[in-house]
Design a protein around this ligand. Structure first.
Ligand code: SDX
Length: 388
C-alpha cells in the first residue's frame, strides 16, 4: 500500500485564519437550538417548555416543573406521583458523602462546599444513566446543603423524609421541624422561579464541559463554580449586604445616589437579556412582602422598595430594571435561611435547569470550541537571554 504523503507545509507563508468577529461575552450569540426555556427580554416574559412562568408559579409546583424541564411535557397525576417518589427516594446521602461533609472546615464558604461535594458525588455514584445521575443531583443537592448547615451549626444530622415535598424536606432538614404550609409554598415557588433561565453563564459553562462528553457531575461542578460570581448568582447575597448598609427606608435615596456617583452598580439590577422588568422579580417581590408581614419586618421590605424606586428613577432610562436577585435574598432571609447560603439556594434550584440543558445538548452533541481573534505578532526572532 502506498505510503501516506503528508501535505506540503509552506514554511514561509502563514495562513492567517479567516478573519473572525469578536462578540464580547458572546452577547446575542446562539450556541444551540433549545425547547427548554424562552426569555422575552423586551416583553418581560419567561417560558419553561412553552408555559409562562407566572402560570407555573400560580398553578404548579417545583417537582412538576422539574419533570416538565427534564421530559418536555407536564406529567399526568400518575407520572407526577411516580416522579416525586423517585426524587424522594434519591435524597438519602451515601454514608461516605455524609462523612466527607462532616470532615470539611465548618467555616467553609457555602458555594465552595457545594462545588466540592457535588464533585465528590461522582465518587459515591450508585450507577444509572446520566438522566438518573441528574435526578439524583436534583434530589440530593438541597439535602447536602441542609446537612452542611446542621453540621457547621453543631446540630445533629437528620434523615430526609420521603413523605415531604422537596421544599418541605429542605426546610425540615434545615430547621428540624416540618414547615408551615405558607412557608413551604414560598420555598417551593422560590425553587420553581429559579429552576431554569436558558443559557445563563453557569448553564453555558456546564455545556462547555458536557460537550467534551465529561460526565454530568463534572458539568454541574463547572456550573456551580460559574454561578458563584457576584455578576451572576452572587448578586442575591450582595443585595442583602446592600440593604444592611442602607439600614432604613429614608437612607435609600442618598445611598443609591452615592453608589451611582462613585460608578458602583446597584446589585439586583440589570440583565443581559431583560431590557424591561424580570418577571421573576415581581413574583419574588410579592413573596417578600408576604413574608415581611408574617415576620413583622415591613421596615426591611420598605427599605428594599425605596432602594428599588431610587434605582429605577436613575436607571430605567438605560433599560436597567430589577432582576430576580433583588428580592430573592429577602425571601430566603424571611424563611430563616442564613444570608451566606443565598447563592447556594440559587444553585440547588437551578440544578434542574442545568441537568435539562446538558441532557438536551447531548442529544446533538458538538464539542464547544470557539476561537480567539489573534492580534499578536508572528515569527518573532528568538533572542538568547545573554543578549536581552
Ligand atoms: C442573574 O443570565 C441570566 O439569565 C442570569 C440570571 C439567571 O436566572 O440565571 O437571570 C441570574 O445573574 C441576574 C443578574 C444578577 N447580577 C446582578 O444583579 C449584578 C448587577 N448587574 C450587572 O452587573 C449587569 O446588569 C449584568 C452583569 C447582570 C448584565 O450586564 P451586561 O449585559 O454585561 O451589561 P453591562 O455590564 O455592559 O452594562 C451596560 C451598562 C453599563 O453602563 P455604561 O458603561 O454603558 O455607561 O449598564 C450599566 C453599566 O454600568 N449597568 C448598571 C447595572 N447593570 C448595568 N449600572 C448600575 N447598576 C447596575 N446594576
Amino acid at each position: 500500500m502506498e505510503k501516506f504523503k503528508y501535505p506540503d507545509i509552506n514554511p514561509l507563508r502563514i495562513e492567517m485564519s479567516d478573519e473572525c468577529q469578536v462578540y464580547k461575552g458572546l452577547e446575542g450569540i446562539c450556541v444551540k437550538e433549545s425547547r427548554i426555556c424562552y426569555i422575552d427580554g423586551k416583553g418581560s416574559r419567561l417560558y419553561y417548555r412553552g408555559y409562562n412562568i407566572m402560570d407555573l408559579v400560580e398553578h404548579s409546583k417545583y417537582e412538576e416543573v422539574v419533570y416538565l424541564l427534564l421530559f418536555g411535557e407536564l406529567p399526568s397525576r400518575e407520572e407526577l406521583e411516580s416522579f416525586e417518589r423517585k426524587l424522594a427516594s434519591k435524597r438519602r446521602l451515601p454514608d461516605g458523602l455524609r462523612g466527607l461533609i462532616r470532615s470539611l472546615p465548618k467555616d467553609s464558604d457555602p458555594m465552595d462546599f457545594l462545588r466540592t461535594t457535588v464533585s465528590a458525588m461522582s465518587l459515591f455514584d450508585d450507577g444509572g444513566d446520566e438522566t438518573e445521575k441528574g435526578i439524583g443531583l436534583i434530589a440530593k443537592a438541597p439535602v447536602m446543603l441542609a446537612e452542611f448547615h446542621r453540621y457547621r451549626s453543631g446540630l445533629e444530622p437528620l434523615e430526609p423524609r420521603e413523605e415531604l415535598s422537596q421544599a418541605g424536606n429542605f426546610l425540615y432538614m434545615m430547621f428540624g421541624k416540618v414547615p408551615e404550609g405558607s412557608e413551604e409554598r414560598v420555598m417551593d415557588r422560590a425553587f420553581l422561579l429559579l429552576a431554569d433561565h436558558g443559557l445563563c453563564a453557569s448553564t453555558f459553562a456546564s455545556l462547555v464541559t458536557a460537550s467534551t462528553l465529561a460526565d454530568i457531575y463534572a458539568s454541574i461542578t463547572t456550573a456551580i463554580g460559574t454561578l458563584a460570581g457576584p455578576l451572576h448568582g452572587g448578586a442575591n447575597l450582595q443585595v442583602l449586604k446592600m440593604l444592611e448598609e442602607v439600614g432604613s427606608p429614608d437612607r435609600a435615596e442618598s445611598y443609591v445616589e452615592g453608589m451611582l456617583k462613585s460608578g458602583k452598580r446597584i446589585w439586583g439590577f440589570g440583565h443581559r437579556v431583560y431590557k424591561n422588568f424580570d418577571p421573576r422579580y415581581r413574583a419574588f417581590k410579592r413573596m417578600a412582602r408576604e413574608m415581611a408581614e408574617l415576620r413583622g419586618r415591613m421596615d426591611l421590605f420598605e427599605t428594599a422598595e425605596k432602594v428599588e424606586e431610587a434605582a429605577l428613577k436613575r436607571l430605567a432610562h438605560k433599560n436597567i430594571y430589577p432582576n430576580v436577585d433583588f428580592y430573592s435574598g429577602l425571601v430566603y432571609y424571611f424563611l430563616g435561611i442564613p444570608q451566606d447560603l443565598a447563592i447556594t439556594m440559587f444553585a440547588i434550584s437551578r440544578m434542574a435547569g442545568w441537568v435539562a440543558h446538558i441532557l438536551e445538548y447531548w442529544e446533538q452533541n458538538r464539542l464547544i470550541r470557539p476561537k480567539a481573534k489573534y492580534v499578536g505578532e508572528l515569527d518573532k526572532k528568538y533572542v538568547p537571554i545573554e543578549e536581552r
